[in-house]
Write a protein that binds this ligand. Structure first.
Ligand code: COA
Length: 373
């Protein structure tokens, strides 16, 4: 008889093998293919890390230049996809836009053969910022933007399309760091979704579309938006103190805190927190950062809970003028790397993922005639 797992949410269960990352096991707490995320965020561009996760090794200078050139050449999106994006309402959730955009791309550029998986992944990495910004600028600013920019990086491309001008060096660097921090995280909910889909031998676009749906929820990727909604309600750190105490008394869940695997801290927090501070100094207004620091202190003092990667991302993105509703799509632009690498890993050693369930329903019974019910 199959063993019934005791913990809810499959917590603590090993559900497969991966060579892509470790969470809570070594280094500062998160490693990608053996490298500490802290080192990667300090020394690398996001494209280097994407290359590492997808291909297994860090690129040398010429490989990186070649990879960036390839990604640059794939930024434009087909007119049929633009038509679809123009029809999606302004008040749609951008994660739904990205989910539809990814799915539509799968109709136009279908993965016919798994041998094309690298090309399909690079294409998505290159054009997801185009998809989200094309829709955003069309529905919010009434303009049909040219999405084929010549920016050096994926993060720079995104900020350029969003704001209509090339980003500062600082903002482009923060995007590199942010995308690196979000790129991969073992068997989290959205990655597991992608792997389950891959295990049926489905196509890459289906795996990624499903993963986007999982990431959308506030207990997963949506937490950075929820954190922003909260911190912007507080006028100053004192107000944050009182507001947080009230929320805790009412036993409300506070987004951007806690983690399913990390028990003492999330290694990504310290890194993005530092960049948020730097951005606040550049803007010359540290209130949002100070409010966030007070929220962190209250949660530590009252509940022993720590900020996860999402909490200081909220203020960092806000300082760069990114609208709150685009926070989670940025997560997608990054985590796409991890998802695709997991799909490739699953395909390389596949068996369909099909667990069993412990039945808690009725005993076997007869179907009575409809007139007797
Ligand atoms: N705010 C308030 N209380 C929290 C909390 C939060 N953000 N996160 C955890 N807790 C509390 C739980 O209520 C629980 O208390 P209890 O034992 O009295 O019921 C305890 O801490 C244990 O947490 P639990 O919810 O069991 O952890 P989990 O592993 O099931 O969930 C998260 C992990 C991430 C889903 C959870 O911490 C959470 O919902 N955080 C907010 C959403 C978020 O930021 N998600 C992004 C994750 S990167």
């Amino acid at each position: 008889m199959a063993k019934v797992l005791s913990g809810a949410g499959l917590r603590g269960q090993v559900a497969g093998k991966t060579a892509l990352s470790t969470v809570g096991k070594s280094g500062s707490g998160l490693t990608y293919r053996g490298y500490d995320v802290k080192d990667l965020a300090n020394k690398c561009d996001f494209e280097e890390v994407a290359y590492l996760i997808l291909k297994g090794t860090l690129p040398n200078a010429s490989q990186l230049a070649e990879y960036k050139t390839l990604l640059k050449s794939m930024r434009d999106i087909p007119n049929a996809l633009k038509d679809v994006l123009e029809r999606i309402p302004k008040d749609a959730h951008p994660m739904d836009v990205l989910r539809t955009g990814c799915s539509m791309l799968g109709n136009l550029e279908t993965e016919q053969d798994f041998a094309d998986q690298d090309k399909i992944t690079d294409r998505m990495l290159a054009c997801f910022p185009s998809i989200i910004c094309y829709w955003y600028r069309f529905t919010h600013d009434g303009v049909k933007i040219d999405v084929a920019t010549d920016d050096d990086s994926i993060g720079g491309h995104f900020l350029h399309l969003l704001h209509g001008e090339k980003p500062s060096e600082l903002h482009e660097r923060v995007m590199h760091v942010s995308l690196i921090l979000y790129a991969e995280h073992e068997f989290n909910a959205s990655t597991f979704t992608a792997r389950v889909c891959a295990s049926t031998l489905s196509d890459m676009h289906s795996c990624i579309t499903g993963a986007i749906g999982s990431l959308r929820g506030p207990l997963h990727g949506g937490a950075n938006e929820a954190a922003m909604d909260m911190i912007q309600k507080f006028s100053d750190p004192e107000d944050a103190e009182q507001g947080m105490m009230g929320m805790l008394e009412r036993k409300e869940k506070i987004m951007g805190f806690g983690h399913a695997i990390y028990s003492e801290s999330d290694p990504r927090n310290e890194i993005i927190k530092g960049w948020s501070k730097k951005l606040s100094e550049t803007v010359g207004d540290s209130n949002l950062y100070d409010v966030s620091v007070r929220c962190e202190a209250v949660m530590k003092r009252e509940k022993g809970l720590f900020c996860n990667a999402d909490f200081f991302h909220a203020s960092a993105y806000n300082y760069m003028g990114i609208p709150t509703k685009l926070f989670t799509p940025i997560f997608v632009m990054s985590r796409l790397t991890g998802w695709a690498a997991h799909v490739m890993e699953q395909r390389a050693d596949n068996r369909i993922i099909r667990p069993s369930a412990e039945y808690t329903g009725e005993d076997l019974r007869d179907v009575s005639d409809i007139s007797e019910r």
